[in-house]
Design a protein around this ligand. Structure first.
Ligand code: F6P
Length: 320
């Protein structure tokens, strides 16, 4: 009977548990022996691996985080670490792995594939920074959390007639900022992909104020060229308006996954088992145009994510 392991790696993302549940239960349904690998690649290197049954993944669909825990392993990125990982996989007699994580985690999976291990990668990250898939598991929940935050912050921003800078996560990708700026009705969005002039940002606040706007919300991606604290100071000095900054931070990573994330995770998990059952090479699972896809892992990781310019331009148009 084939034996497969599943691990979560990198930053946790809402929906990872739904993906684990789907991988374990679909694997068992196929007659496979399924194993949970704890604490990502770090746990793999330590052989922290346990057989999992259907009941081990009961009642986890609605929970954020990951029951398998997660980590960012330095050792795994070295040649010695990779050799050790292959040894452990062979010692545990695993026929392949499902890796749930972001860009770094999927590159780790590719490194294992290059050493002859059967792997399938699932896009588990709030950042939405993988080019081969429209959406990553956790992104929808994170953006919903951000827009709830914007709604609350808007009340205070409006009452005090302030400019409020809301800094969101995303590493080098501006999608969390962009989508939440559109859905949260922000006046401006600053993302890493599109540099903006700080003078322009201040000018717009002054023009908006002259047109009767008493407050503004600016969503800034953590990877944007202009950083939140700098922006607050420049706005205060150039517009003479009160300005505050809110860093939403790990609030964005937790919480119960939305319908979209639960469905994406569940469908990707099921496809991962299909791919392992008919293995022809390493694959990345994702979603394009609402359809679940399985594409060559190396090819998938080469694809650069393009920023949605229409969405970006809409922020400007709708904030007038
Ligand atoms: O990749 C997810 C993410 O939350 C990024 O948006 C952020 O830059 C990073 O992880 C934070 O990582 P850590 O958990 O190490 O603080």
């Amino acid at each position: 009977m084939p034996r497969y392991g599943v691990l979560t790696s990198g930053g946790d993302a809402p929906g990872m548990n739904a993906a684990i549940r789907s991988v374990i239960r679909c694997g068992i349904d196929r007659g496979f022996e399924m194993y949970g690998i704890y604490r990502g690649y770090e746990g793999l290197l330590e052989g922290d691996i346990k057989r999992m049954y259907g009941e081990d993944v009961a009642d986890i669909m609605q929970r954020g985080g990951t029951i398998l825990k997660t980590a960012r392993s330095q050792e795994f990125t070295t040649d010695e670490g990779l050799d050790k990982a292959v040894n452990i996989i062979e010692t545990f007699d695993l026929d392949g792995l499902v890796v749930i994580g972001g860009d770094g985690s999927l590159h780790g999976a590719l490194a294992l594939a290059n050493r002859g291990i059967a792997v399938v990668g699932l896009p588990g990250t709030i950042d939405n920074d993988l080019g081969y898939t429209d959406f990553t598991i956790g992104f929808d929940t994170a953006v919903n959390t951000v827009i709830r935050g914007i709604s609350s912050i808007r009340d205070t921003s409006s009452s005090h007639e302030r400019t409020t800078i809301i800094q969101v996560m995303g590493r080098g990708c501006g999608d969390i900022a962009l989508y939440s700026a559109v859905a949260g009705g922000a006046e401006r969005v600053l993302i890493p992909e599109i540099p903006v002039d700080i003078d322009d940002v201040c000018k717009k606040i002054i023009i908006d104020a002259n047109n009767g706007k008493t407050h503004s919300i600016i969503v800034v991606a953590e990877g944007a060229e202009i950083k939140g604290p700098e922006l607050v100071e420049v706005i205060k000095s150039r517009t003479m308006k009160e300005s505050r900054m809110v860093v939403l931070s790990y609030l964005q990573r937790g919480g119960s996954p939305t319908l979209r994330d639960r469905l994406l995770a569940t469908r990707c998990g099921a496809r991962a088992i299909e791919v392992l059952a008919n293995y022809t090479g390493p694959k990345a699972i994702g979603e394009i145009g609402g359809q679940i896809i399985g594409v060559d892992l190396e090819e998938a990781l080469r694809q650069k994510r393009e920023v949605d310019l229409d969405l970006y331009n809409l922020v400007e148009v709708l904030s007038k």
